[in-house]
Ligand binder design. Structure first.
Ligand code: GFB
Length: 316
């Protein structure tokens, strides 16, 4: 047990989908010494500012959930920003954590770090064994560098920095902007808006044949606390459900929940991206953690959050 209610824990990226779930989970766990900073208070790409912030607040543990994130369209059209921002964010926070001697840091990557044609389900050993998916190469390279930074600081300096690799995530406080979002919030909003407008069809990108795995962000937050408390290994750990479905099946499931009468219309001019990226989560299961939120229930709860926070969710 490395965590106590008084442990000073810095959650970098506390306002995002993952960060806000971490704050909920930490509060539930009675951890009341949580350090946060908004992006206007602290530019995580600036090493000097991050050094000053860390020296002032002296966190004992850090969860690095900050990053520039987005769906396939955002990644495919803004690769330089995804590469630069994410490289700088993990570089400054990991290095400053080393400088002040943080007891432990948990870095969050993404399942897009794996090769496009990795053997499925994808084990942690597949990293760097093949070419990346072109639509998110910038982001993937930055996240791989973050994993390797934690590994090399552990090997060279003995820093207790570990990495978790979550699969595709969804849940409350997600980004529902249609250009920048991931598939679940995008389709949830499209079905909802079509129903409100009495529009009979909903446009879905790609062919629908791509397969994806989805983990509710509250499950991820629980896994993060579990790993922060109990995992000290050198290799990163996959975090997911180990179950995937086609985008077509996902669209039909969201349609059932939001607007069953709608007809799907496929825009095959948009990319499918990686054909499949289901994670092998046997390492995490052996460590003693398993997800608990079922996809249909998670989607139903997320839709309820979306309609209750309709303006905020769309960034209005
Ligand atoms: O969630 P998504 O944008 O990200 O797309 P990726 C998943 C699949 O859903 C793709 C399809 O095959 C999309 O073509 N899709 C269908 C849609 N309709 C839509 C729609 O309206 N919006 C969106 N966004 N997708 C991301 C990476 O890849 O995975 C990130 O780009 C990150 O870097 C994230 O790693 C976890 O799963 O394809």
């Amino acid at each position: 047990m490395t965590l106590s209610p008084d442990t000073r824990i810095y959650v970098a990226g506390h306002g995002g989908l993952v960060g806000s779930a971490l704050l909920r989970r930490l509060e539930q766990g009675g951890y009341h010494n949580i350090i946060t900073a908004t992006s206007s208070e602290l530019d995580l790409r600036n090493q000097a500012d991050v050094n000053d912030f860390m020296a002032e607040h002296r966190p004992e543990q850090v969860i690095l959930a900050a990053g520039k994130v987005g769906g396939i369209h955002a990644n495919n059209t803004l690769p330089a920003q995804f590469l630069y921002d994410n490289m700088m964010i993990h570089g400054t926070v990991v290095h400053a954590s080393h400088n002040i001697g943080v007891d432990k840091l948990l870095y969050l990557g993404s399942s897009c770090i794996y090769p496009r044609m990795a053997k499925q389900p994808i084990s942690e050993d597949e990293l760097l064994t093949g070419a990346l998916e072109p639509t998110n190469e910038g982001y993937a390279l930055a996240k791989i560098a973050g994993i390797k930074m934690c590994e090399t600081y552990k090997r060279q300096y003995g820093s207790n920095f570990v990495s978790a690799m979550p699969t595709n995530l969804y849940g409350p406080n997600d980004n529902f902007d249609l250009q920048g979002s991931h598939v679940i919030p995008a389709l949830m909003r499209k079905f909802h808006d079509a129903k409100q407008a009495g529009k009979p069809t909903v446009e879905v990108w790609g062919t629908g044949s791509a397969m994806r795995e989805f983990l509710h962000v509250d499950d991820l937050a629980d896994a993060c606390i579990f790993l922060l408390d109990s995992y000290n290994g050198l290799q990163h750990v996959n975090v997911g459900t180990g179950e995937d479905l086609s985008i077509k099946a996902l669209a039909e499931l969201i349609g059932e929940i939001v607007y069953p009468e709608a007809e799907l219309v496929w825009d095959s001019s948009k990319p499918d991206g990686t054909p499949r990226k289901v994670l092998d989560v046997s390492k995490l299961h052996q460590l003693g953690w398993k997800h608990s939120i079922d996809l249909r229930q998670g989607l139903t709860d997320t839709y309820r959050w979306f309609i209750e926070n309709y303006d905020e969710a769309r960034g209005i």
